[in-house]
Design a protein around this ligand. Structure first.
Ligand code: ADP
Length: 767
């Protein structure tokens, strides 16, 4: 049956018979078509556009098969939109199209559904097949409503079911079009099944993709959430600083001037810090360690100044006298700058306290523009003090050398090792061998500190050691060092040092101006002889400091303009004189002889007393005597006994009397063989009852046969003798050459008697 009916070209929508639907139209022609249909039998032909974007489609752009539908309802919406509700009735073939009266007219031929012959079994099978598919589809596609599925599954009529599925399944308009165009029910059924299966596959793939996406998103999300939570927890625990601290350490490690090995180590340790709680003991230890590593100089260097002239000027500027020392230091520096490397031996300044060892070292550092660090080894017995403790120890610290490097901040500082003669070794390890490694240029480029663990390069360090007494420096250490001796100062030298250096230094240190304090030369001389007794100038400096403080008070409290200290008013400032100048005995005496001794703190006189008493020939020794001195005492007694006859001593004297040798006073233990002559003289004087001259002092080692051997420390001894008011000093002949090097100032007013045998000693000593 052919007829002409108004037509609406549908965009993206295909209507099937039995399908009820709403759709909106806005095109003028479509609205007119609806109006025309409504005016008649409400039948309209709905045919789908092949291209939904075409605004004015002709026959060619329309599918050839559409549906005749009954309009159920028309509603006008704002903006010229008309909502149509229609129900698909039967399929129709579009034969032609005509545009008149303002809308499209379609010539349509109704398509009769070809009746397919199939038996009930087939129908049932197909129905069940479709139902199965539908169920699976319903399970897969969660969006497909359960209610809809239930309703569909309630339809048991095959054809109705197929049509219902075609209508309700969410399909594209192309798919629906194909279903519409299907030849018969079986064809439609097959196509529908194919579509269902395809849809399911697509959904499955979609689900899988979605699952994967979800997993990925979940993971990211999880991490994000966890991280946020961690931040919160750390904030609560006060650990938020920890993270930034770790980053800070890593950042600093990057900027550090060091090898990759060091940087890597810091990075690793910083990472470890992350896992620890902020204020645990372990994190404290770790933090300390990282900071130590960060502060060590590693590759950082400072530029040296090789200007020798300037160095000489600076040494002169800072120190009075010490010509020989300065000369040797300059030679040493010259060689050092020529060889470029620290292969040269290590300087060791040896001398009594206060003679300027430390201050020379400081001057050298200033002259070379080097950083200066001082490490004091006095009393160091544990190797760990030098090499550090392993980090597993509680309270572990880097050793003194590593700490010194850290303090210096550059790898080429001048490191003063103070008091090397005071290191001692005990069960805790050998300190001197650790020091040996520090000094050895072969080994010290990779010095191992137990705490730091990474090798530290000490090869660029300039070491200077100081000692009071070279003889107590462990031998292997001494071999590596070049000893420069600084002797005691004479009174005159002290006076100059005080005037040129100490006074000014103390005035400045105590906040005074130069014009505010004058200490006269006589006052200084008086201070040197009456208030100090030392080889160096440390006590003197302290006394000057005392005067400065008192002067400062006077200026502030009493409004004095300036303070003048002379020999007359010195006592007001420093109290009574402490040391009397005249120390020698006032008269010649039997059994009392003044010897001269050298100690690590300078020279001293040494009074030896000998007494005899009835007894059994025993020898008693008391006072501060070392082992060597005891041996000298025995040798002296043996020698004196051999002279018995000559001095008319009763041969039985030595078996019927005890001899007591005593050395009174002496806070500093003295030892050494140089008291030999003194003891022999004293013993002989006591036994033969011959008085000894009070103005004579002596020094010299003695052999059993009465030969006098050379001794050391002559300058200090002579100075001590001079201070004690001695005018004649007996000196071994072998020491004559040394005397030439001693300043005239010391020798002035003193008679030196050179002797090679005990005989000559006695000749001079006995009154
Ligand atoms: P040491 O290290 O030998 O025990 P210091 O170097 O500490 O002695 O010296 C003590 C003080 O004496 C320092 O203030 C130092 O500057 C000063 N001093 C020592 N010798 C001289 C000198 N020859 N010229 C100037 N000052 C000196």
């Amino acid at each position: 049956m052919k007829k002409t009916i108004p037509v609406i070209p549908m965009r993206g929508l295909t209507v099937l018979p039995t399908m009820v639907l709403h759709f909106d139209i806005s095109r003028e022609k479509s609205i007119k078509a609806v109006e025309a249909a409504m005016a008649e039998d409400q039948i309209i032909f709905l045919v789908t556009q092949q291209n939904p974007d075409d605004n004015n489609p002709g026959l060619r752009n329309l599918y050839s098969i559409g549906v005749a539908a009954r309009i159920r309802n028309v509603a006008k919406l704002p903006r010229n939109i008309v909502r149509v509700m229609a129900e698909g009735l039967e399929r129709g073939k579009l034969l032609g199209i005509e545009d008149c009266d303002g809308y499209l007219h379609a010539r349509v031929e109704t398509i009769r559904e070809t009746e397919t012959e199939y038996d009930d079994m087939t129908k049932l099978a197909m129905t069940r097949g479709l139902e199965e598919l539908l169920k699976r589809y319903g399970q897969l596609n969660q969006k497909f409503g359960k209610e809809m599925l239930r309703q569909l599954l309630e339809i048991h009529d095959f054809e109705k079911l197929v049509m219902a599925v075609c209508v309700h399944l969410p399909l594209s308009y192309e798919q629906r079009q194909r279903l519409l165009e299907a030849e018969d029910m079986v064809d439609r059924y097959e196509q529908l099944c194919t579509m269902l299966v395809q849809e399911m596959e697509i959904i499955q793939i979609q689900n899988e993709i979605q699952q994967k996406v979800r997993e990925r998103v979940d993971k990211n999300q999880r991490e994000y959430v966890l991280r946020e939570q961690m931040k919160l927890i750390q904030e609560e625990l006060g650990e938020d600083t920890l993270l930034s601290e770790v980053d800070d350490y890593i950042q600093k490690a990057e900027e550090l001037c060091a090898s990759d090995e060091v940087k890597e180590r810091i990075r690793k340790e910083a990472q470890r810090l992350k896992g620890l709680s902020g204020n645990s003991a372990e994190s404290g230890v770790l933090r300390n360690y990282i900071e130590t590593l960060l502060e060590l100089p590693w590759e950082k260097m400072s530029e040296d100044n090789h200007d020798l002239k300037r160095a000489a000027e600076i040494l002169d500027e800072d120190h009075y006298g010490l010509e020989k020392v300065k000369e040797r230091v300059l030679e040493f520096l010259a060689v050092r700058s020529l060889t470029e490397k620290g292969d040269s031996p290590i300087l060791c300044l040896v001398g009594p306290p206060g003679t300027g060892k430390t201050s020379i070292a400081r001057s050298i550092a200033r002259a070379l523009d080097k950083k200066y660090v001082r490490i004091s080894l006095g009393g160091v017995r544990d190797e760990a003090e030098i090499r550090g403790h392993r980090r597993t120890y509680v309270g572990a610290m880097p050793g003194r050398i590593a700490a010194g490097m850290r303090q210096a901040g550059v790898k080429n500082p001048l490191m003063l090792i103070d008091e090397v003669d005071k290191v001692s070794s005990d069960y805790k390890g050998d300190t001197s061998s650790a020091l040996l490694e520090v000094f050895d240029s072969e080994q010290n480029c990779r010095f191992h500190d137990h705490y730091v663990e990474l090798p530290i390069d000490l090869s660029q360090v300039m070491f200077i050691a100081t000692a009071n007494d070279a003889s107590t420096i462990p031998r292997p250490l001494l071999d590596r060092m070049e000893v420069i001796e600084l002797g005691s100062y004479t009174s005159n030298e002290k006076l100059h040092i005080a005037k040129r250096h100490l006074l000014q230094k103390q005035i400045e240190r105590n906040g005074l101006k130069k014009s505010q304090l004058t200490i006269t030369k006589t006052a200084l001389a008086e201070m040197i002889s009456g208030y100090t007794k030392e080889a160096g100038v440390r006590q003197l400096e302290r006394q000057i400091g005392r005067i400065c403080r008192k002067a400062a008070r006077e200026i502030l409290e009493d409004g004095a303009k300036n303070v003048r200290v002379s020999a007359k008013n010195l006592e007001e400032y420093l109290g009574r004189r402490r040391y009397t100048f005249q120390k020698r005995n006032s008269q010649n005496d039997i059994g009392i002889v003044r010897g001269l001794a050298w100690t690590s703190v300078g020279g001293d006189t040494l009074e030896i007393e000998v007494n005899t008493m009835p007894g059994k020939g025993e020898l008693v020794l008391t006072g501060q005597l070392g082992d060597v001195m005891k041996e000298s005492a025995r040798a002296a007694v043996s020698y004196v006994r051999s002279l018995g006859e000559k001095y008319q001593i009763d041969p039985e004297f030595f078996t019927k009397n005890d001899l007591h040798i005593h050395i009174p006073e002496g806070a500093v233990p003295k030892d050494g063989p140089s008291a030999g002559v003194t003891m022999a003289t004293a013993v002989l004087s006591a036994t033969a009852e011959i008085p000894v001259r009070a103005d004579v002092a002596m020094t010299g080692e003695i052999t059993l046969r009465g030969r006098v051997l050379a001794i050391g420390g002559l300058k200090e001894k002579l100075l001590a003798a001079k201070q004690a008011g001695i005018t004649t000093v007996i000196v071994p002949e072998e020491n004559r050459a040394d005397i030439a090097e001693i300043q005239d100032e010391i020798k002035e007013g003193m008679e030196l008697v050179y002797v090679s045998t005990m005989r000559e000693v006695l000749d001079t000593a006995f009154a």
